[in-house]
Design a binder for this molecule. Structure first.
Ligand code: FE
Length: 196
């Protein structure tokens, strides 16, 4: 599975009181007429809950200039209890009242959910695009580029435990429970490796 290719995106929504969003790597164009994309979102993400209610979302296509801070801001906390845009100005509100990044993204796609597919842990949203714009010519960031050039290398530690290969979260303890889910990126125990 790690050999599949992916981009990285900020997926945004509006719960009626505040703008929120998360990081996703699962945006794919499905048809060109009408222009539709699909995006798969973990059900434990607050953004999933909001999109199910509002049917409105925007995808910012992250580019190679994106710093690790953007992944921390949008990916490592929940919009349930944090304001993801606090102290952040590099965004603009779209026609459907969600938002796109005006920096670190080379384009955005904004639209309405026309269909949902329920998968046990995830929902796939099929989205008809209503608004889109190219923002720069910087190449889109890939998952591989992120691992090589953006994600900090894990710090050397004396702790015994397991490290999440996706986000770097450290689980302290000899045995990692097989049903363990990373509290930060929600990946399963199979994405952890022992600290050496
Ligand atoms: Fe993780």
């Amino acid at each position: 599975m790690h050999n599949l290719t992916y981009g990285l995106f900020v997926l945004s929504a509006n719960d009626g009181k505040k703008l929120t969003g998360c990081i996703t790597n699962t945006v794919i164009q499905q048809t060109s007429d009408p222009l539709t994309i699909s995006v798969s979102v973990n059900k434990s993400n607050y953004t999933n809950e909001v999109i199910k209610k509002t049917h409105q979302l925007t995808v910012s296509i992250l580019d190679e200039s994106v710093p690790f801070d953007i992944f921390k801001r949008f990916g490592f906390s929940s919009g349930r209890d944090t304001d993801k845009l606090e102290g952040f100005d590099d965004y603009k509100v779209t026609d459907n009242n969600t938002f796109y990044l005006t920096k670190y993204a080379n384009a955005y796609l904004s639209g309405e959910v026309v269909q949902e597919v329920d998968l046990s842990t995830h929902t796939i949203f099929i989205v008809e695009i209503k608004e889109a714009e190219v923002l720069s010519s910087i190449p889109s960031v890939t998952y591989t580029y992120y691992f090589k050039n953006i994600k900090p290398k894990p710090a050397v530690t004396n702790k015994k435990g397991w490290v999440c290969t996706i986000c770097g979260y450290v689980y302290e303890g000899e045995v990692l429970p097989p049903d363990f889910i990373c509290p930060i990126c929600k990946h399963p125990a199979s994405d952890f490796k022992p600290i050496e």
